[in-house]
Design a protein around this ligand. Structure first.
Ligand code: ADP
Length: 228
């Protein structure tokens, strides 16, 4: 018998043997009763301990948890989308935040990256898209977010992600970084690799949403500007 079932069974038999229940029609004297062995008693009690918040030291859990999923998303891949889908189930609100960092020389502008995200997050009602420049912790503060969501594909991601998470914790200890392990089906996908493969004529279907593939086609087939 599985342990829990066994425990429930022994509790039931203890109750039916308890002194108050001995007149019950379901009570059958057992061999222990006949020998006068003291009956075990089962006591049910609910213990509620109220710890004042000042003693717990931990900040109280907010009513609704808002998480920020920051990144370059240049462009969004199916790996990112998988994380968004899973994050939308874990948190009350999820804000996918595009980093406006022109020094990274993105293929798509921040507006284009946001438009691509908006095209695919529509089916998740608690997901919104935004952008930010400057400190991520300040951006999180503007949204009253308490969680930063990041993905880990391999050990190679870990070192960078750890540094970022520790720095962000130092800047705002109330902001927790939560890591989700990449879905194994997408763990080899990165925006950089998708762009490289596509530029060389490789097939990227299944790696990015179809709307992103169409935009990539348009962007890469555009003639290069003089001097670019
Ligand atoms: P960044 O420039 O901040 O690294 P990215 O857009 O490359 O931005 O990635 C944003 C986050 O998404 C990072 O935490 C990254 O590890 C994660 N990520 C990227 N690609 C994938 C993937 N295929 N599966 C899961 N997580 C991913």
């Amino acid at each position: 018998m599985p342990l829990l079932e066994e425990q429930a069974y022994s509790m039931r038999t203890d109750i039916s043997r308890a002194p108050g229940n001995q007149n019950s029609p379901r009570h059958k004297p057992c061999s222990d009763c006949k020998r006068g062995v003291p009956l075990r008693r089962v006591v049910f009690a609910t213990i509620v301990t109220i710890i004042p918040e000042s003693e717990t030291r931990l900040p109280r859990k907010p009513r609704g948890v808002t998480a920020i999923y920051p990144g370059s998303f240049d462009p969004i891949t199916n790996g990112h989308l998988d994380l968004i889908q899973r994050g939308s189930r874990l948190f009350d609100r999820l804000i996918v935040s595009v980093l406006r960092n022109e020094t990274k020389q993105p293929l798509f502008s921040a507006e284009e990256r946001m438009a691509m995200l908006n095209e695919v997050v529509g089916e998740y009602p608690n997901v919104a898209v935004d952008s930010f420049a400057g400190l991520l912790v300040d951006h999180a503060g503007r949204h009253s977010a308490t969680v930063l969501l990041r993905g880990i594909r391999a050990i190679s991601d870990y070192e960078y992600e750890l540094q970022m998470a520790l720095m962000n914790r130092r800047l705002n200890p109330g902001l927790e970084t939560v890591f989700l392990l990449a879905n194994e089906a997408y763990s080899f996908i990165s925006s950089r690799l998708v762009k490289e493969v596509f530029a060389l004529g490789g097939n990227i279907s299944g790696l990015v949403p179809p709307s992103v593939e169409a935009r990539l086609k348009r962007r890469i087939s555009q003639p290069k500007r003089k001097g670019a």
